[in-house]
Unconditional design. Structure first.
Length: 367
């Protein structure tokens, strides 16, 4: 590595150059330029060895500010310390010099001890700055590598989350052979309706990232049904009052299962899953269950899954009913025949009616 042991002096006055050379000749090699253009040529040819540049303001061909303008475009003042030499007392000149990368000023007439200290401080500070930049660069590289490792680990954890969610939701599906594609449709409906809400109602603060999390969490909305006996889940006749209460308990049981037995690595998905499992049967007018939440007390995530769950139930064949035509199911929801929903939610639903029907076709139940 070439040692930076040279001072480059831009100075048109031969007498002033001789004074500066005499001050620094014992400590540095000296390069001299009588104008800006000549100095730039020396800077380019000896760049690696230059420790500091003393730059006179008043020079022929190119003055000090013009030199700085030229060099700043090439980012040179960030690589070598520049000290402006001037006999003027001009705040405007100083301000302009600092803006172009000058780190200090030397006043004429020269005071050798003061000049030596200024140059020593500038060289020492700049050396420390460059060392610090190297350290910071290495740290940033290490952080980048660590972030890449964490990103890979996060991707693996997310994949495990998805596998876990799919496995658990499949358990619920396989207990009810009439809803084989139910979980997939609920997820796609949720993403579709959520996307409509993002466009129409920014006040809900939904984002694409949050919507993906809600989509995965929606897959666990009925996880509590694994705690309900098969003879009730699969009953073809009308449920008794006690049986219906037991069915309703799948909301609280689902929340309990998620809280105590399921370990999702993504905390946001976990929180959405708990909320959705417990509250996807709440109604906007407060007549839902299990907590009787009303209006915006119900999270937007639970509201979304509540509506899409009703739509899927209406358009799917069950042991106790035939499937409704999609348009009939749509009208029942809009007209409030399937429980109360938020006006905003219904507006968002109307915007994606066609998309819902496409999802029904894509993920239809096999006969």
């Amino acid at each position: 590595m070439i040692k930076r042991d040279t001072i480059l002096i831009f100075e048109d006055s031969a007498i002033d150059r001789e004074i500066l050379v005499e001050i620094f000749r014992m400590d540095y090699k000296i390069l001299e330029a009588s104008n800006g253009k000549e100095g730039i040529a020396l800077l380019n040819s000896h760049f690696a060895s230059i420790a500091v540049v003393l730059l006179d303001y008043m020079m022929p061909v190119m003055d000090g500010i013009e030199v700085l303008e030229y060099l700043r475009e090439r980012n040179v003042p960030n690589k070598i310390p520049f000290i402006m030499v001037t006999g003027e007392e001009s705040p405007e000149l100083e301000k302009k010099g600092y803006e172009y990368g000058v780190i200090s000023y030397i006043r004429k007439p020269y005071q050798p001890d003061v000049i030596r200290q200024i140059v020593s401080n500038a060289v020492g500070w700049f050396k420390y700055k460059m060392q610090l930049e190297v350290v910071v660069k290495k740290q940033n590289e290490n952080i980048k590598k660590q972030n890449e490792i964490l990103l890979q680990q996060t991707k693996k954890l997310n994949q495990l989350n998805e596998i876990l969610i799919d496995s658990l939701s499949n358990i619920v599906e396989f207990r009810n052979l009439e809803t084989k594609q139910h979980i997939k449709r609920i997820r796609e409906f949720s993403l579709c309706l959520g996307g409509s809400i993002i466009k129409l109602y920014p006040e809900y603060d939904l984002t694409p990232e949050k919507l993906v999390q809600i989509g995965w969490a929606s897959s666990l909305h009925d996880i509590g049904k694994i705690a309900i006996p098969d003879n009730i889940i699969l009953k073809s006749g009308k449920l008794t009052g006690d049986e219906f209460e037991l069915i309703k308990s799948h909301t609280t049981k689902g929340a309990e299962i998620i809280q105590s037995a399921i370990r999702l690595n993504d905390k946001a998905v976990y929180n959405y899953a708990y909320d959705i499992a417990r509250h996807h049967h709440e109604k906007y007018d407060g007549k839902g269950y299990p907590d009787g939440l009303k209006g915006e007390e119900i999270s937007i995530a639970a509201q979304i899954v509540s509506l899409v769950d009703v739509y899927d139930a209406l358009t799917s064949k069950r042991v106790y009913k035939a499937a409704y035509d999609p348009d009939k199911a749509y009208q029942m929801i809009i007209n409030g025949h399937s429980g109360a929903f938020s006006p905003k939610l219904l507006k968002a639903f109307t915007e994606v009616k066609a998309e819902f029907e496409e999802i029904l076709v894509k993920y239809h139940d096999e006969d």
